[in-house]
Design a protein around this ligand. Structure first.
Ligand code: NCD
Length: 313
């Protein structure tokens, strides 16, 4: 198994090969079935400790890591650290050293600073899983998004996927572009000029659009993003009303995509700003709740693969 997944941490999708990604997605499939059963318990993490260390708010990610760990038999501890009380740098490393002294086996970390999770991984001797660092990476989100797409459309290779909204501040966009490109998809990014990075080509997308209707032409998947207000200093959009008019997903813009194109959003979503409520709730097109469901399975798969290495050490 350690040959199948040759990593001690999950810091980003950048370090994952298509073989690694396929191994994670394949294993996740078995957890989707398990999670739909009455008895969801396994004991493969028995005796191991998982700490969820969150310096930013989270509903989906933290809960699903907690469920994933508990369903596999680990002891799980949640630490919600208020970001305002964090003295950046030193405090993060002090926290890491403190937790490390308690011999956890995994720490999942969410932090507002890009790169903080990689730094922490150098200071501890357990497996670190990135649960989102600033605008940098959110690997488990990209994995669960890939799983959702693969299950619904049967493949990833050859699909055209549009990622729309606050590209500039989004770790979901960065991780998805890298992962979906590795798996052979064609990626378009769509954003207002103020929310598009100055050099969009460095993100690795195939095409970049400022007009949403043009960008959505014939796409297989429409992935919407939340406006990351907490990462903005100053005003990036004239008004929420105008943003929805030009960049919110509504029926008229969606009509440019393929007839059965999937609608995705990592959540939490701002209805009527990023996405029309009716589309978000459209049970035939929107896969937003499937993304949440598969998020637990993907995190179980990651924990299992990392645990194999812990046991073999
Ligand atoms: C994303 C995140 O935190 O980056 N949410 C999530 O993990 N479900 C997206 C977001 O907050 O916009």
């Amino acid at each position: 198994m350690s040959n199948e997944f040759p990593h001690s941490h999950l810091l980003g999708v950048e370090e994952l090969s298509s073989k690694d990604i396929t191994a994670i997605l394949d294993l996740s499939e078995s957890y989707i079935s398990l999670n739909r059963k009455k008895d969801k318990k396994k004991t493969i993490l028995k005796g191991l400790t998982l700490i969820n260390l969150f310096f930013e708010n989270s509903t989906r990610t933290r809960t699903s890591f907690e469920l994933a760990g508990k369903r596999l038999g680990a002891d799980v501890i949640n630490m919600q650290v208020s970001s305002s009380s964090v003295q950046k740098g030193e405090t993060l490393l002090d926290t890491a050293a403190t937790l490390n002294a308690m011999h956890p086996d995994f720490i999942t970390v969410r932090h507002p600073d890009s790169g903080a999770v990689n730094l922490l991984a150098k200071k501890v001797n357990c497996s670190i899983i990135n649960a989102g660092d600033g605008s940098h990476e959110h690997p488990t989100q990209a994995l669960l998004d890939a799983l959702t797409i693969r299950r619904r459309l049967g493949k990833i290779r050859g699909l055209t996927i549009a990622i729309c909204g606050d590209i500039m501040h989004s770790r979901v966009a960065r991780s998805n572009i890298t992962l979906l490109k590795t798996m052979g998809a064609k990626i378009r990014i769509i954003a207002p000029p103020t929310l598009m990075p100055a050099c969009p080509e460095i993100l690795g997308a195939d095409e970049c659009f400022y007009n949403m209707s043009e960008g959505l032409k014939n796409v297989d998947v429409v992935m919407m993003l939340r406006l990351q207000q907490e990462r903005m200093s100053g005003t990036y959009i004239p008004s929420e009303k105008e943003y929805f008019h030009f960049y919110g997903l509504d029926k008229s813009k969606l009509s440019n995509a393929k007839k059965n194109a999937l609608i995705m959003h990592p959540g939490p979503m701002n209805r009527g700003i990023e996405i029309d409520s009716e589309l978000a709730d459209d049970i035939n097109r929107s896969v937003i709740l499937e993304q949440v469901e598969y998020g637990v399975a993907v995190r179980q798969a990651i924990l299992e693969l990392l645990a194999e290495r812990i046991k073999n050490d």
